[in-house]
Design a protein around this ligand. Structure first.
Ligand code: TXA
Ligand code: MG
Length: 327
């Protein structure tokens, strides 16, 4: 495994590796991504191998601006409006593949849609720019496991499978991009994330949502495979909305009123700040998992704003682990 500070020289070498069909992990403003040249089916196949990711789960394709995105997918008026408001930034738009779309079929799992994202992180942008190819990148964790928000997390999960890990320090948001299906007239929320529903609705009007149950009759072809129940899972069991932790549990706390507790404890935000909590979430889960506790008890977290995405991830971390479609 090779972790390198994201200097201009390291970014140039990483871009050359990408062009040569290798995998490179890189920081984004949300979480670390495991990148490959999206136009190279063999390189994309390596992503699925490295993560142990089911091949029916499509990848997000990263580019540096909306004009480039428009060569890959068809941006309808509502998609353009959202792109203008939120790109570069943590919003992913699922659109129809454009005629002549250069992205490998495997990256989109054979679907006629493609998920597009324009990251704001300077290292991610420099890397994609230098590679000169769209970069397919899921979160850089083992499939179904907790996402990686530091280069060290990536090394621990995927080290031997990655040609190079660019270290850009901890990720700013710490929670993945919001995924919106904008193939229809009304945008549909596929995954809550770093851009809140309220912020999107201010630009695009009311959203519809894809409840997990909607596609439960066909778990191999969910509207968005990231909706599968078990996901973001640490090794320990996870118990939600806990006000009285049990002896032996690790405690994932939130806010100032923490119940008395003997075991390991991490507070996502002692002041109850949801941005701070999102940024700390995946590191805290990994840390409490490493404490050896059999169960992580999670204090209640409000569902407003970024709380929606935090609760979504924790709900999947707590779900029964019999359905492995994680990303
Ligand atoms: O913040 C992020 O989005 C990070 C960074 C690296 O950009 N990436 C990320 O990728 O979270 P991943 O693969 O862990 O999650 C992508 C989600 C999955 O739930 C996948 O099913 C969904 O996007 N997705 C991708 N393409 C899709 C498509 N064509 N239709 C519906 N859902 C799609
Ligand atoms: Mg993921």
């Amino acid at each position: 495994m090779s972790v390198h500070a994201a200097t201009p020289d390291a970014v140039a070498r990483a871009a050359a590796l990408l062009r040569g069909g290798r995998l490179v992990a890189f920081p984004t403003e949300t979480v670390y991504g495991l990148g490959a040249d999206a136009t190279d089916g063999r390189a994309v196949a390596e992503i699925f191998e490295a993560k142990g990711r089911p091949r029916f789960n499509p990848l997000i394709v990263h580019v540096t601006d909306a004009a480039w995105a428009g060569e890959i997918g068809v941006l309808q008026p509502v998609a353009r409006k959202l792109a203008e408001a939120f790109w570069p930034g943590p919003l992913t738009l699922v659109v129809a593949r454009a005629p002549g779309c250069p992205v490998a079929e495997l990256a989109t799992a054979g679907l006629d849609t493609v998920a597009l994202r324009v990251p704001s992180h300077a290292v991610a942008r420099a890397l994609i720019e230098a590679a000169g190819v769209p970069v397919a990148a899921p979160s850089a964790n083992r499939s179904g496991h907790v996402s990686a928000t530091t280069a060290q997390h990536v090394a621990a999960d995927l080290g031997p499978h990655v040609a190079m890990i660019l270290d850009g320090g901890p990720c700013e948001h710490g929670i993945e991009s919001t995924v919106l299906d904008v193939t229809g007239a009304v945008p549909r929320l596929l995954r809550p994330g770093a851009v809140t529903t309220a912020a999107i609705e201010r630009v695009a009007g009311a959203l519809t949502t894809a409840a997990t149950g909607e596609t439960a009759n066909d778990p191999r072809r969910p509207a968005s495979p990231g909706l599968l129940a078990s996901h973001y899972a640490p090794g320990a069991a996870v118990r939600l909305d806990v006000t009285a932790p049990r002896p032996g549990e690790a405690l994932l706390a939130f806010g100032p009123a923490v119940p008395a507790h003997d075991g390991p404890c991490r507070n996502l935000s002692p002041t109850g700040d949801l941005r701070e909590a999102a940024a700390a979430l995946f590191s805290a889960l990994r840390e409490l998992d490493a404490s050896g506790a059999r169960c992580i008890a999670v204090m209640p977290i409000p569902a407003q704003g970024l709380g929606e995405a935090i609760r979504d991830r924790l709900g999947r971390a707590a779900a029964p682990r019999d359905c492995d479609g994680g990303s």
